[in-house]
Design a protein around this ligand. Sequence first.
Ligand code: SAT
Ligand code: MN
Length: 595
Amino acid sequence: MTKNQKLIQWVNEWKEICQPDSVYWCDGSEEENQRLLDEMVASGAAVKLNEKLRPGSYYFQSDPSDVARVEDRTFICSAKKEDAGPTNNWADPAEMKAKMLEMYKGCMKGRTMYIIPFSMGPIGSNIAHIGVEITDSAYVVVNMRIMTRMGKKVLDVLGEGDFVPCVHSVGAPLAPGQQDVKWPCAPIEKKYITHFPETHEIWSFGSGYGGNALLGKKCFALRIASVMAKEQGWLAEHMLILGLTNPRGEKKYVTAAFPSACGKTNLAMLIPTIPGWKVECVGDDIAWMKFGADGRLYAINPEAGFFGVAPFTSMETNPNAMLSCRANTIFTNVGLTPDGDVWWEGIGTECPEGTITWKNKVYDPASGEPVAHPNARFTAPAYQCPAIDSDWENPAGVPISAFLFGGRRPSTVPLIHEARSWQHGVFMGSIVGSEVTAAAIGLKAGVRRDPFAMLPFCGYHMGDYFAHWLKLGKAAKDAAKLPKIFYVNWFRKDNGKFLWPGYGENSRVLAYIFDRCNGQGEAVETVIGKVPAVNSIPTEGLEGMDTSKMEKVLAVNKEEWKDEVALIEEHYARFGNHLPAELSEELAILKKNLA
Ligand code: SAT
Ligand code: MN
């Protein structure tokens, strides 16, 4: 197994606290995986899907109270409150540990404690890091096996080395003889997703769903990794990574950060509409980046699978995602059809009669309730994606030529604009935001700022995070080798109608970005940065697009940007004296340009 004393001792400590019936070290093998799945089918926790329609795939329904990440139960427990910053929930680490230790006491009674050694990133990559998750959920084990590299091979490379300890319990001990439920979890007020940034620890209690429970993803690869990245001079970002090849066979990689509901997974797996271009996927959610010996930034996808939103994924919107989950996939909270396949809203077919909803009822169209929960997910191995990049597991990573930021903005923000400098690009990242409707998430309607799309994922003070980005740019051996920074907006509207078709047509914007990175493509200086000359984005074959529409989608309206400045000032006020002077300077430049 392992000779790692820290690991052995840590597991023993938690065994004493949680009092499981048994402790099981996961080896990551096919046999182990199949046994756990068979056990869950036998217990009623899972349904095996039709082997002909959906080979090797399983179906789960969560408890109706446990369906998504719980941001208001998520904490950054830094020693000083100030270090968590205004965008995180903070709690005192000693108090939080004392409270949670009480909850962890005996929390695994009647259950197995699984030990999951996992690598975020290709095993042995110098950008990768190792974690070990303790959990009492077999569902977590089988998901972690898809989402990470997991098992014995990880212990082998870990040796006596260091790892990020991740503790997870569903918080539902079983009394002797007590029958388990299909999806054990604790009530909302007992759910805690906590991070201890100084000691790089993660403690999670009470939820079995997604990022609350699969601790390698948001908890480690973003919140704790962002802290490690600041300490060690690299980047842990909420970004997709894609490879772009032009008709001459030249290839470049770009990453992109968008708030949720902006089509990030769709962009990661996009099928270009412009002839001769190719997009390949390295990752759809997270990028870890370090400088290589040549002075360029290299990125790896720390994950090994996709934890994708199912509803409205279809052969129309994202065929590569549909094909990624054609087999060997875990489906959670979608519908189950009478022939043993899955169904969800927007899948592109009629709902078969007799389909079972995520709430385990026969679907009744008259009920007004959906078949799939809006946050229903598929967990699918990345290697099954037809567009997976040949270098997606390259331990050295892929060299990044451009960063894209974006949001959902019906007005103000043009289809694309380019930063004048790294500092200006950091300014762009810091003001990322999406328009939300009041109904959607119970927020005030308007622009919800989500800097670098990291709002729920930055493990420390967001102002210090901006400073880290600025510092990283200054640390570059050769500034000319830093990625160029662009801001895109696929969602601009005119008279209530989208001006840009989006989806595969976004390849036209990617082609322009590619050319800019080659010192080509035409840009004009505006008050907000460089905007393409109207004819420099290829629009041949794009129905309904003409010069006047292109002018509208690229327009920079000074009055709109004056309103935007007021909103940026309000946004920046939150960061107090942690806001880097360079960003105030960029805002001042924008104001001067608008005067
Ligand atoms: O549940 S996850 O955190 O993995 C996905 C998401 O909510 O972004
Ligand atoms: Mn994400």
